[in-house]
Ligand binder design. Structure first.
Ligand code: SF4
Length: 480
């Protein structure tokens, strides 16, 4: 049983030495109670306290894994009700339902379409997460064959939807090695479903049709019988009811440490909607509050993009600026004569700048450097000027990055374009990169469209002798 903040406080040294980073032992105890801190930060906790506090450090919501390999679904493991309290950790899985009564060709096509969907956005690849296969036929062999067919088309995790234990067993015989989730144990079949979950070591969803009291009872029974990974279905489908019950489950799990609800929630927005559009809106509600696996009845790239964008926004850390990976990005298919632009890894800058470069149709290398909390340094927007004035620009780090990132092996020339607003650091950068010429680009990303074609043309013309002409020429139109 988890401990309250007061109970944890009684086990701490109560010296208020502040070494854990908190002003008092009480403040630290309160953070431990909510799972936002680890006991290891207190160097003076006794062995006895550590033993007793194990329960307190147990996450209030279990992290549940569905599937195997690189495309596993990992959901749950959340610590807070509100994103601004800390952050949300594991984005909800977006899953598409396929019925085993659909024509085989359609089943295969849908599985492939969902599996292959991917969109690159601000350096992040958007993808869907899984396929749910429904035993609509009621026939065990039809269900099992459908599961096998879907699995042959995708390596995405599977969720098997059947209430008949015979059908579930038949499908698990075919695909159990991929660790699908079993959906669902109800009050009528829970014993059989628990046995299947234990036999095949798969996560088990429990579904209530009569409210949260029954859901708690089913969850407790499954846990006591030895099922570790449990998923909760409150049975509520409408906008109002699902919002209410999901919030109650989350609150009881995280704030009251009510163990039967300490698991991720699964939802089915298509069952509470009267159109595809309504399903998408309800799925959006479930992303925000508080579903962990969202099973859609329809797949459309346009709706997928909107939901994945919403998910990205909700599941980013509100205290950390959204950033992209530090590396060389290729826009188009750049060659050894292509321009090289440099910027920081602030995601918005990357997005705006890469879009502007794409619009020029000029293949370009974009060298993106991570600048940590100084993510606004050396980017192509008004922040650069502020950062420069604040003296955050570090020419040595930038020089080291250019030398080590591998761009020198990719091009013949040594011309590096930096943001116009970072012009005052040109001399410092040239000192840090003595083999390079630092070219000052435009101040605003939109002006890249005027600057880059002219710059690329000069690179091309001069690639024979590698004399690129004067920087003034190159910057005369672009630097604004
Ligand atoms: S380090 Fe331990 S003893 Fe010191 S204030 Fe924190 S909880 Fe108390």
């Amino acid at each position: 049983m988890a401990l309250t903040g007061i109970q944890i406080y009684k086990l701490l040294p109560k010296t208020n030495c502040k070494e854990c980073g908190y002003v008092t032992c009480m403040a630290f105890a309160m953070k431990l109670a909510t799972g936002q801190e680890e006991l290891s930060k207190c160097p003076y906790a006794s062995e006895e306290a550590k033993k007793q506090l194990q329960a307190a450090s147990k996450p209030p919501m279990r992290l549940v894994t569905v599937g195997v390999g690189g495309r596993q679904i990992k959901v749950g493991g959340e610590l807070v009700m509100y994103r601004h309290d800390k952050k949300f950790f594991n984005p909800p899985a977006l899953v598409v339902r396929i019925k085993d009564t659909a024509p085989q060709e359609e089943i295969g096509k849908t599985a492939e379409e969902v599996s292959n969907y991917n969109v690159e956005r601000i350096g992040i690849t958007f993808r869907f997460d899984g396929i749910a296969i429904q035993n609509d036929s009621g026939d065990p062999s039809t269900f099992a064959n459908c599961a096998e067919l879907v699995r042959s088309k995708t390596d995405m995790p599977l969720i098997l939807l059947a209430t008949d234990p015979a059908s579930m067993s038949a499908a698990l015989d075919k695909v159990n090695e991929y660790k699908p989730a079993i959906y669902a144990a109800t009050k009528d079949n829970i014993n059989d479903m628990v046995e299947l979950a234990k036999k095949f070591v798969c996560p088990l969803a429990v579904r209530s049709s009569q409210g949260l009291a029954e859901l708690a009872e089913l969850s407790e029974r499954a846990a006591k019988a030895g099922v570790g990974d449990i998923i909760l279905d409150t049975g509520d489908r409408s906008f109002h009811d699902s919002l209410l019950s999901f919030t109650q489950v989350r609150r009881l799990a995280l704030m009251k440490k009510f163990e039967p609800f300490g698991y991720p929630i699964i939802s089915f927005p298509g069952e509470g909607a009267s159109s595809i559009d309504e399903e998408a809106i309800l799925a959006g509600q479930h992303i925000v509050k508080y579903s962990s696996i969202i099973v859609l009845d329809h797949f459309s790239p346009a709706i997928a993009y909107s939901l994945l964008t919403l998910r990205l926004n909700i599941y980013t850390d509100p205290q950390v600026p959204l950033s992209v990976e530090e590396r060389i990005y290729e826009i188009g298919k750049p060659s050894e004569e292509s321009p090289i632009l440099f910027t920081s890894n602030w995601a918005l800058t990357y997005l705006i700048l890469s879009s502007a470069i794409e619009a020029t149709n000029i293949p370009t290398f974009l060298c993106v450097k991570s600048v940590g909390e100084e993510a606004d340094v050396l980017c192509w927007c008004h922040h650069c000027l502020r950062s420069a004035q604040l003296g955050k620009l570090n020419a040595d780090d930038t020089g080291q990055f250019i030398k080590k990132c591998g761009i020198e092996d990719r091009v013949k020339h040594r011309k590096l374009v930096i943001p116009g607003r970072a012009a005052r650091f040109k001399a410092e950068l040239e000192q840090a990169l003595p083999d390079w010429e630092i070219v000052v680009g435009p101040e605003e990303p939109t002006r890249i469209m005027g600057f880059l074609p002219e710059f690329a043309e000069k690179l091309k013309k001069l690639s024979g002798n590698l004399d690129f002409g004067s920087e003034g020429d190159l910057n005369s139109k672009g630097s604004g």
